[in-house]
Design a protein around this ligand. Structure first.
Ligand SMILES: O=C(O)CCC(=O)C(=O)O
Ligand SMILES: [Fe+2]
Length: 363
């Protein structure tokens, strides 16, 4: 059984890199011109590419490296230890999910991964002091990401032509979900056979996501929802922002929730030869920070004059609980009219996702 390290050789295919890299520094500097410049570049990126790489966002490369070290430290623990922290309540959305326990594929595809979601609920964290104060590290890093998310939300308000302060006030206290993903080494043959993925094609269901990836690669983006995935190559010192479903609903399709997946990395012939046809692909780590509005925020499309709303309103917290429950195969909460309405919107979302592959949709 062969195995390789991170891709450090010339990739065989997928070298095309169609995504803009935007410096966030002018926004953080806080001048109106700087903020406008970043918002214009984000607008252009989301409309033309659906996906943007951000650099100079106020979190250092060494903090990102420490994050990957902490993720590995967590996932290196025995399964029985991780299972004690199992995610089992959609409204809490915190905890460990083992390989195979989550799937958002409407066609029943299999994602090969494990993850830990952190939302600062201390009972579902490693105990105080455990793993070199792991939970204290997670809380500090979470706070940094939430601060960055707050700036990004203001920038996105400007992208949408809204008043940033008003928009931020309406969204309330942003609610992040820090997800540390580990894609275990997997047989090359498995990923090459049928509906097997590292993570199946999907859109994220919050407002937007900040995504960090290690150097292994394999992330791909379906920019125009037409099934043509392109590689989103890892670039040191960057994170990715992708628009997610709530922002698409809120902007009445002005911004598109980006469809993406994780497949086998694009490898050079030399690397493929080293692995061999029966070999294993290397492990991959990535970290997503899913940004949601406050639970009681009503996601009601902002409609331009002359347009009609494309979506029915639903309460953000109920939307999130319903999708989490569906993906994690937990009962969908249906006790209140808001929960029933959200469940209806979520059903529609899955129907549309299932149809994308039959009939490409371009927004
Ligand atoms: O691992 C990645 O690069 C993507 C992860 C992702 O899309 C997700 O967790 O929703
Ligand atoms: Fe995702």
């Amino acid at each position: 059984m062969g195995s390789i390290g991170p891709a450090d050789d010339t990739p065989q295919t997928g070298t095309e890199f169609p995504f803009p890299i935007v410096s966030f520094q002018p926004f953080l500097d806080g001048t109106p011109e700087g903020k406008k410049e970043v918002a214009d570049r984000l607008y252009d990126a989301f409309h033309n590419f659906g996906w943007v790489y951000l650099k100079d966002f106020g979190i250092s490369q060494s903090e990102i490296e420490e994050m990957f070290r902490r993720s590995k430290q967590f996932h290196d623990q025995p399964t029985e230890w991780k299972e004690k922290l199992r995610l089992n309540d959609p409204s809490v959305s915190q905890g460990y999910t083992a390989d195979g326990a989550e799937s958002s594929d409407p066609h029943g595809g299999r994602s090969h991964k494990e993850c830990y979601e952190h939302r600062k609920v201390n009972e579902l964290c490693p105990a105080e002091g455990e793993l070199d104060d792991w939970t204290a590290w997670a809380n500090t890093f979470y706070k940094k990401l939430l601060d960055l998310a707050s700036h990004v939300a203001s920038a996105l308000a400007t992208v949408l032509g809204l008043d940033a302060d008003e928009f931020r006030a309406q969204l309330g206290q942003l609610d992040g979900q820090l997800r540390l993903l580990h894609y275990m080494p997997v047989a090359r043959k498995t990923l090459e056979s049928g509906r097997n993925f590292r993570i199946n094609p999907h859109t994220d269901y919050g407002l937007f996501t900040l995504l960090f990836q290690d150097s292994v690669g394999g992330l791909e983006v379906d920019r125009f929802h037409d099934g043509k995935f392109v590689s989103a190559t890892p670039i040191p010192g960057t994170c990715v922002i992708n628009v997610a479903d709530i922002l698409q609903r809120l902007s009445n399709d002005g911004l598109r929730s980006t469809r993406h997946r994780v497949m086998a990395p694009k490898l050079s012939q030399k690397q493929l030869d080293a692995i061999g046809p029966d070999g294993y692909l290397p492990a991959r780590y990535s970290t997503a920070f899913f940004v949601h509005p406050e639970r009681n925020f009503l996601v009601d499309p902002i409609v331009k004059e002359g347009d009609k709303p494309h979506y029915e309103p639903c309460v953000a917290g109920c939307w999130r609980d319903a999708i989490t429950a569906k993906n994690y195969r937990l009962p969908i909460p249906m006790d209140t009219p808001e929960q029933v309405q959200a469940a209806k919107c979520v059903d529609l979302r899955y129907m549309m996702a299932a149809n994308i592959e039959k009939k490409p949709r371009v927004i």
